[in-house]
Design a protein around this ligand. Sequence first.
Ligand code: ATP
Ligand code: MG
Length: 390
Amino acid sequence: MQDVILLKHGEIVLKGLNKRIFEDKFMANVRRRIKEFGDFRVYTVQSTTYVEPQSADCDMDAALDACCTVFGAVAVTRAAACEKDKDAILETAKRYLGGAMRSAKSFKVETKRSDKSFPMTSIQLSQYVGGNLADAFPECRVDVHNPELTVHLEIRDFAAYVHGVPIPGAGGMPVGSNGVAVSMLSGGIDSPVSTYMVAKRGVKVIPVHFFSFPYTSELAKEKVIELAKICSRWCGKMTLEIVPFTHIQEEIRDKCPEEYFTIIMRRFMTRIAERIALANGASAIVTGESLGQVASQTMQAMGVTEECVSLPVLRPLVCLDKSEIVITARKIGTFDTSILPYEDCCTVFTPRHPRTKPKIEDVREIEKALDIDALCDEAVKGIERVVISK
Ligand code: ATP
Ligand code: MG
């Protein structure tokens, strides 16, 4: 018999009557993510999703890797399936977990038996397999209270399963189970992390990038597309919306005082993000801002930035230090791309002395020089869409 992959559900188990909806979403996401690695059967029993290869040519290693990036599971294990017979189970445990038994100092066996017609009780089977494993691996002693290795046995309807130490899952909630949000994706370190974090809470993400050609180059755009691709490993398939931002930035440069450039530019980004959100049924705007990181990320500046929209602005990184953000950026694989040295539109017309405590009345007054609606209309009309799948 072939190996299977088991995914243990996280917060989904806390759901009540609508748990099924979350489980279905999770399974659909798993199926989509592993489709390219072969023909698999995916089903859920008792808060565990089973991924069973349907043919010998399935790439189990790649499927296991992919399963670890699907939000909703707290643990992922590869398990060996075998006949529902005590000696077949023992032999499978020896073969499958021999390496782990040799390197662990202590172990115990835990059995779950959903097929009640199996002729031994859970305790009897644990004792039988545990006793024989202890004889076969004398260096590894039995410790039922605090074992280094737990050998799991499961007796289910059609087969028995043996598995050992699980790998951590991606955590979070299934993408698509918690609404849709627009995520403002620059080429920096922070916004790929905020995009990942909001997707982890089950949100389907529409990434939006503001692009100021020729002040920012084609390479800067390629970099953002690459970042979106890496994020899609976790967030699933997405459509990146690339908004032409040059005219807006030039208007701001020509008609507004320099110390307000950044804050007014950020208000335009937020307005356009809201338009994209409303056109796509999204309920929030996500940014990678972190409190006090730069002048435009003080509480006052954040207040002024979001004053021009009515959708909530979510800032998953607001209380994280840069070093904490970097740890996640490395974990999700965006860091090395983020630090490539291409300019972002924020850096193009950076004021020498930006206002750190802008007042909303002043900003509104200054913005009177600009035709806000026409500029936003023009930008939205020029949007380029790129479908991103890993
Ligand atoms: P990041 O590392 O994400 O670029 P940052 O520390 O450089 O963040 P800012 O440049 O002030 O901070 O941008 C704050 C947030 O505004 C970003 O995290 C991102 O969500 C959004 N943002 C900035 N520039 C762009 C852009 N060109 N396109 C889309 N969103 C942007
Ligand atoms: Mg930036």
